[in-house]
Design a protein. Structure first.
Length: 378
């Protein structure tokens, strides 16, 4: 398969931000449990532990926070049984005689609030991580641009303005790289409002083509997307806080694992439509640190897998994930059982560049022009 840098879709999951100090969903479990032990009431800790124990006996593996808080959200919404799904409603007939009561619902609401605040806190980039973000992403994106388009360069950075990047991550690692480090900017589907000195999210931009900038789609929202209290507009702010320049915000626009119903409203539905279109039109899909646990996203990928497509997954369990989610398809599946962006534990060797080199080898189907220890320059 001949590679063109214009024929690639990038998709970044939680594993892509892990080397920058942002926990994965699996890592959130012990961290959040410690947080509860230090900050939660006894009733909250007991309910959380009980849900975790019951789920573990049912699914025969330790549940992640998404599973636990799906149950918690169900308890909160128990006054509207149809929200639970008809199968769950059928099986809960005997159990619901005694549960949940008013106290259980109140406890669940407190747990959900703690969970949401904890997620936002943990998704802030640590100050010590910016050098790593620069090193890893500069090496990664320059390899893609310069292996095929050696003159696509601006200053010391290379890129293709036709790139589309999708992520399920709430953090701002990608925006920070393109805007603050690479200096090229990235289109996050916002328009600059000079009077308010902020970017305003416009969902109608999501399906537009030809903006002349790299496009970034945050499928689950962002800690930088704040909902204006007066206008209900979504304003992109890299600063954190409840009030800035006289404006007040009612919270961030983030699609938590416990709020799947919001998938079907903008901007989420438009971003999923854009993902569907990009996967249809482009043949090389580079997926970093994503397990395809979101059934909607998995189905969109599965719909377009064919003998023309090349899906490359960089993940510690890459073979298992691809076999479980996409086994039996006609597409070319490339599994790189690697952790993205990590440094060697000993010595000065930069492991992230070895992984990036291996990704390029899988994409090109041949030895890349640049060796792993060479920083790609024009």
């Amino acid at each position: 398969m001949v590679f063109s840098s214009n024929d690639v879709v990038f998709f970044f999951g939680a594993g892509a931000s892990a080397p920058f100090g942002i926990p994965t969903m699996k890592q959130f479990v012990p961290d959040f449990e410690q947080h509860l032990n230090e900050n939660a009431e006894k009733k909250e800790r007991e309910l959380y532990a009980d849900i975790k124990k019951i789920l573990e006996t049912k699914i025969h593996r330790p549940p992640d926070l998404e599973a636990i808080f799906t149950v918690i959200d169900g308890i909160i919404n128990y006054d509207d049984p149809e929200k639970l799904g008809m199968l769950s409603l059928y099986f809960s007939t005997e159990f619901r005689k005694n549960f949940p009561n008013t106290e259980d619902v109140l406890t669940s609401k407190k747990l959900r609030q703690k969970f949401q605040a904890f997620i936002k806190e943990k998704c802030a980039i640590p100050e010590t991580s910016y050098n790593t973000i620069e090193a890893v992403f500069k090496d990664f994106f320059n390899r893609f641009a310069l292996e095929t388009t050696p003159y696509a360069v601006k200053s010391q950075f290379a890129w293709s303005n036709s790139w589309t990047i999708f992520t399920t991550n709430y953090d701002t690692c990608l925006e920070s790289y393109w805007c603050e480090i690479a200096g090229s900017g990235v289109d996050t589907n916002t328009d600059w409002d000079a009077q308010r000195k902020a970017g305003i999210l416009h969902p109608q931009k999501i399906l537009q083509k030809g903006t002349g900038e790299i496009k970034l789609f945050k499928l689950h929202g962002s800690i930088s997307w704040h909902i204006d209290e007066k206008t209900n507009e979504v304003i992109e702010l890299m600063e954190r806080g409840s009030s800035l320049m006289g404006r007040k915000y009612i919270g961030e626009l983030m699609l938590y694992p416990i709020a799947e119903k919001q998938l079907y409203v903008d901007p989420y539905i438009s971003m999923l439509l854009r993902l569907n279109r990009e996967l249809e039109e482009k043949n090389i899909w580079v997926v970093i640190g994503y397990s395809f646990n979101d059934p909607v996203i998995q189905e969109i990928f599965l719909k377009h897998l064919s003998e023309k497509k090349h899906l490359i997954l960089v993940h510690p369990d890459a073979n298992e994930v691809l076999n479980r989610k996409f086994g039996g398809t006609n597409a070319k599946l490339g599994a790189l059982k690697k952790r993205f962006g990590l440094l060697e534990a000993e010595g000065m060797n930069e492991l992230y560049s070895k992984v990036n080199h291996q990704i390029m080898h899988e994409v090109l189907g041949r030895d890349p022009r640049f060796k792993w220890h060479e920083f790609p320059k024009p």
